[in-house]
Design a protein around this ligand. Structure first.
Ligand code: F6R
Length: 615
């Protein structure tokens, strides 16, 4: 989704702003823009990529010590230059503003501002924010106060950064419901929606909290909070060195971030499991210091998530019920938040999210609390995210930054975290012996190596991909705990290769989808050696009998045999209960190589954004 960079420094800030926007490209955008204060507010915007913006900026020789920049993912108003940020505000255009998020009461405020004589040049809710600040500035004569008063009137989510022609020595930043952080350095101070945009200049960061308004100059900054007092009360925020490294957000020897992230999975999983390996035991403390007392009272689990994270939740439902005997339900966050569910206070609500900023997941968790659920747990990949701050308990997956829009290593590390959750509950509820606990830990210890071995099937997948790239549809089949893995395979293929792909529980085939099967329909089957393998084999016969081409992902010693129209890839070993984690890898590789052959934008598929911070 949208990205923000702001800078006030002792040298020309234009290269920093442009480099920052490049680092934010992965979030998805359809236009980009920059405003630099140098006597006047100088603006350049485009509906092309950031590289094109950089060319325009260099042609116009734009330079200055203060500026703001933005990549926009359209919500209010079509993607066009007129709607691109930064927006000028006030009829004299002496303020410029960039904004992430959605203002829910923008229409009411717009009418009021129009009556007051403000002219609107875009369809965005951002321009409403700008003019509202301008209205307050006419009275307060101070930009920071004007931002505070305007922010107090806004309903919805925002991260904003504002500059003013008259006072080019400072920028004002404010957040509520959308991420925003400050970067501090000797050479200047910065604001951004994502730490990766600022690693080029500093690792010292301050994460703003809800209701914070910050004023930054090139040598100083301070933060106030407007939650209790419209004009703000001074607050101290922790300055920290981010763990994020430049290498972690750079491509290195890989062609795409998705490829890099697929191959990083063994390390990501080993990092996520480090605490377990060090402790040699499965302790509730993995989920926070209060976890043991919460887990003792827990009588069921409700998982809320979206997209790939929802698929991780579906896998976890099988594990939680089978291993720990706890009833578990899984809901799509955007659906749950608008129905009237019956809440059991002792059902632990688990929010799963790579980014920790997904608006629907955050809202669903809040809603669950309002319905009476007492405790919540976040499983998330971003330590400073809103989700991690919103829940009672938390588990940080250590996948490292995920830049490719299609989630890969975040998913498999979520699965590992959820397996740990199931195992911890099983131990607390005395469903597993000490011996079994050690066996499970040994299995987890072996997992990174098993992932390495699974990645070696890439050359065979490249061959398969040739048969998919000219197809228009594909079916994915799985049973039991592997049905959500089939769903994940279909989602990966459709989002990056634009081939229409659907997943079915294989037993459902003859209840409708079998009608779609003919020789043009490739059917991918997830077929591990589990208790459902024989049932699945019958389902595959049904496909073959209708001429469907089968692509079967089986285990090493599987009894499924290759024959005409039946292609088989065998994973190096049978992973038992970890099988869903390993069987994900061929599906990620398949989507990646089909997309490569089709020539789509693998890391930034059309219409999608990395963190879905709007509803
Ligand atoms: C698909 C994908 C999305 C996300 C979904 C939720 O590859 O990445 O489906 O899983 O938007 O995002 P998070 O996990 O950040 O809440």
């Amino acid at each position: 989704m949208c990205g923000i960079v702001g800078a006030v420094a002792k040298d020309n800030i234009v290269p920093v702003l442009l480099e920052g926007l490049l680092r934010l490209e992965y979030r998805g955008y359809d236009s980009a823009g920059i405003v630099v204060a140098n006597g006047k507010l100088h603006r350049v915007r485009t509906t092309e990529r950031v590289a094109e913006l950089a060319k325009l900026v260099s042609i116009e020789k734009t330079e200055g010590l203060t500026g703001i920049a933005h990549t926009r993912w359209a919500t209010h108003g079509v993607p066009c230059e007129r709607n691109a940020h930064p927006h000028f505000a006030g009829n004299d255009k002496k303020i410029a503003v960039v904004h992430n998020g959605i203002i829910e009461n923008h229409e009411v405020i717009r009418r009021r501002l129009q009556e007051a004589g403000f002219e609107f040049l875009s369809d965005t809710d951002t321009e409403v924010i700008g003019h509202l600040i301008s209205l307050h500035l006419e009275i307060t004569r101070d930009l920071r106060e004007a931002v505070c008063l305007a922010a107090a009137e806004l309903q919805g989510a925002y991260a904003i950064v504002v500059i003013e022609e008259e006072r080019p020595d400072r920028i004002i930043a404010a957040r509520n419901g959308a991420p925003l952080l400050l970067g501090l350095s000797k050479n200047g101070n910065y604001a951004a929606s994502d730490a990766s945009a600022l690693l080029q200049v500093t690792r010292r960061m301050v994460y703003l909290e809800e209701g914070d308004v910050a004023e930054l100059t090139s040598s100083n900054y301070h933060v106030i909070n407007i939650t209790k007092n419209k004009l703000g009360e001074k607050v101290r925020r922790v300055e920290l060195e981010t763990d994020l490294t430049r290498e972690a957000v750079e491509l290195g020897p890989y062609a795409h971030f998705m490829q890099k992230e697929i191959f990083e999975q063994p390390v990501a999983i080993a990092n996520t499991l480090e605490m377990v390996f060090n402790a040699h035991s499965l302790s509730p403390r993995l989920f926070g210091s209060e976890a043991e007392s919460v887990f003792q009272k827990t009588s069921g689990i409700l998982i809320l998530a979206c997209g790939t994270s929802y698929h991780a939740g579906l896998v976890a439902m099988h594990w939680l019920e089978a291993i720990s005997g706890l009833p578990c339900s899984v809901e799509i966050a955007s659906e749950y938040r608008y129905r009237e569910p019956i809440a059991n206070p002792d059902t632990l609500v688990v929010g799963i999210s790579q980014s920790g900023e997904t608006a629907d997941t955050l809202a669903a968790l809040k809603y669950a609390k309002s319905r009476g659920h007492r405790y919540s747990l976040a499983i998330c990949n971003v330590p400073e995210s809103a989700l991690m701050r919103q829940t009672d308990l938390r588990f940080l997956t250590r996948a490292g930054p995920e830049i490719g829009v299609a989630s890969t290593k975040a998913f498999t590390t979520q699965l590992v975290a959820l397996m740990l959750l199931a195992a911890v509950f099983a131990k607390l509820r005395k469903k597993i012996s000490e011996k079994l606990e050690q066996k499970l830990i040994d299995g987890l210890r072996h997992l990174p190596i098993a992932m390495q071995l699974a990645l070696q099937i890439e050359p065979q997948i490249i061959e398969w991909a040739k048969n998919f790239s000219h197809k228009r549809h594909a079916l994915f089949l799985g049973r039991g705990v592997h049905y959500p893995i089939a769903m994940e395979g279909a989602l990966k293929l459709k989002e990056i290769s634009y081939i229409h792909a659907e997943a079915y529980a294989a037993g459902e085939l003859k209840h409708g989808p079998l009608a779609l099967v003919d020789k043009e329909m490739p059917v991918v089957a997830i077929a591990p050696n589990d208790s459902l393998q024989e049932k699945l084999k019958s389902n595959l016969q049904e496909v073959r009998a209708r001429g469907g081409e089968l692509y079967v992902i089986a285990d090493a010693d599987s009894s499924i045999q290759e024959s005409e129209g039946v292609h088989i890839i065998r994973l190096a070993e049978h992973a038992g209960m970890f099988s869903p984690i390993l069987h994900t890898i061929p599906l990620q590789l398949l989507a990646y190589h089909v997309a490569l052959q089709k020539g789509t934008d693998v890391d930034k598929p059309r219409n999608l954004a990395k963190a879905v911070t709007v509803e």
